[in-house]
Design a protein around this ligand. Sequence first.
Ligand code: C2E
Ligand code: MG
Ligand code: MG
Length: 635
Amino acid sequence: MFACAAILLIWAILGLDWWSINRQYSGNLDGSSDDFMGVPTPSWGFLLFAIGLVATLLIIEGCRLLFGVRDQANQQFALQRQMIDHASEAMILTDAAQRILSVNAAFEQITGYNAAEVLGLTPTRLSAGHQGLNYHRIIWDFVAENGYWNGEVWDRRKDGSLYPKQMRITAIRDETGAASHFVATFADISEAKAQAERFDYLAHHDQLTNLPNRLALDAHLAGLLDGAVPGINRLALLIIDLDNFKTVNDSLGHHAGDRLLAELAQRMGAEMDRSTRLFRLGGDEFVVVINQLDRDDRIVGLLNRLVMVIGQPCDIDGHLLHNTSSIGVSLYPEHGRDGLTLIRNADAAMYAAKAAGRHNYKFFAESMNAAANKRLHLESELWRALAENQLVLHYQPQIDLLSGKVVGVEALVRWAHPVRGMIAPADFIPVAEECGLIQQLGHWVLLTACRQVRSWLDTGIDMGEMAVNISAHQFRQPDFVQTVRGILAETGLPANRLELEITESTVMHGVDAAIQTLAQLKAMGVRLAIDDFGTGYSSLSYLRRFPLDRLKIDRSFLADVDTDPEAASLVTSIVMLGRSLGLQLVAEGVESFAQAEFLRTLECERVQGFHFFEPVSADEVIGFGRCADYVPLPA
Ligand code: C2E
Ligand code: MG
Ligand code: MG
């Protein structure tokens, strides 16, 4: 092109020379020759010059345009290259024989190879695959047939490390339809994969104990039971529920409860082997699945070991906790052939173990399902019981040991069931607590008891103070103090006629809030007693801060007090403790004269128990103004 332009330029210069020589000889200023019929004709030199000049100019313009287009193309190419190099996905361009022609920066970054090291090699040779050459052959066969391949492969970096990548291979075809090149793009998905694995782990594990959770249990059971053959395969499912966990949580707080669960999970986990797996169902419930069960004594062996490790004392925040558990067992195929049934039946067995006094285990029996259904039925019936006034209060007198007089009564709720007769509170209070009915129920008890004392007083009957049991849920209601005040105002009962019984665990949970509530009640003039004292985890330093009036010694301490010196010394210490805190004492569950006598020698002022009176209706209790059965021994 340049040569052409140069030749034309020389042509134009020669034309110019010729024309100027002509002009010198002809004397025509424009270099034209003599007239042709009066019109001056241009000289050959001028023509040559003009044509040369125009052609040169045209060629120069052509060159300019051509170079401009080339520059633009170059610029575009450079931009595309930059785009490819800035892409986060690695790219490989190969020829038809899969030899690498070009790679981008992301390829170098992901694989650790630089371009010079890989040009001419095939991607398959580079990867030294985790999945074997055969896998790569399948991929390339697919590309050959379909023109593309999409999928996940494992590959090896230059440093030898393996990584997963998401890859797409596309064939570039020529006019004949044959693949002339291949483009492979891929991204390192190890991080995304790790993230997905993490999410999957979180979805299937409990964060507190790191044990697999309910979702994982369902999947595990489905995996084991899918294709299991009754008679050949056999497995056991154990549901383990801690007996006293709620008390720990309520008295020492959730943090201590969490630590206890983590500790017990670890202990139980240490008892697992290749064919047993531990799960946390939630709360204080754990599940063990025993797979490949060959002998039933393996279950009993494991049950005993679990009971033992759970029973070893746990030091939580300086408190030595002694734990027990109730365990229910169901077996495949006898008790269920799918996961849900096995879990439900083990749960029913666990409830049966609890009902039989806790701290034991039970294998499922068909009759237990009836009990579980009964519990569910109870819940729906309880709503109706409240609405239809099926609840009644019985009253158990409290006796002053020195005078033998009734000095108070405790209101105890019963459910007069239209079909099943009188139901004890232990059978429905926990259900009411679970299903949220306890507040309505508690309100009804408090109002009815206060109305009862008011009506006794109005008819001149003095039964002393009315003790009312308050459940933890009720006590923690923000408007509890207001409710008590409202009921006292509504019934016109003097506040000092009402005594509220609260358990240790109720006040030990959220101590500061409890102190505030107790102080407000106390300021109102209401009396306050700790019920079932000795069964919770009271901290003495806290006990001192609660504005209490009375401790009710739990009846479990009284049982052997007249025969067992250790039991006697325990009750003696409780009485002394109460006294040192300036509190009055009531002993519950006094069933014999000997127990009453022992308590009198300790100067425990009040007693309550079947030896004196059982809880009876309001009408019956007014006949017990004085206890005829008890004749105090001379001091
Ligand atoms: P508690 O408050 O410790 O009540 C004493 C329980 O011991 C009563 O059982 C009573 O009948 C029983 N008892 C009394 N003397 C003796 C005895 O000499 N020997 C034996 N073995 N037992 C005796 P009950 O009425 O079945 O109440 C059980 C628990 O139910 C109560 O224990 C209390 O925690 C709860 N409860 C009862 N009524 C209510 C209520 O209205 N509200 C709430 N929140 N709980 C209630
Ligand atoms: Mg009580
Ligand atoms: Mg009690």
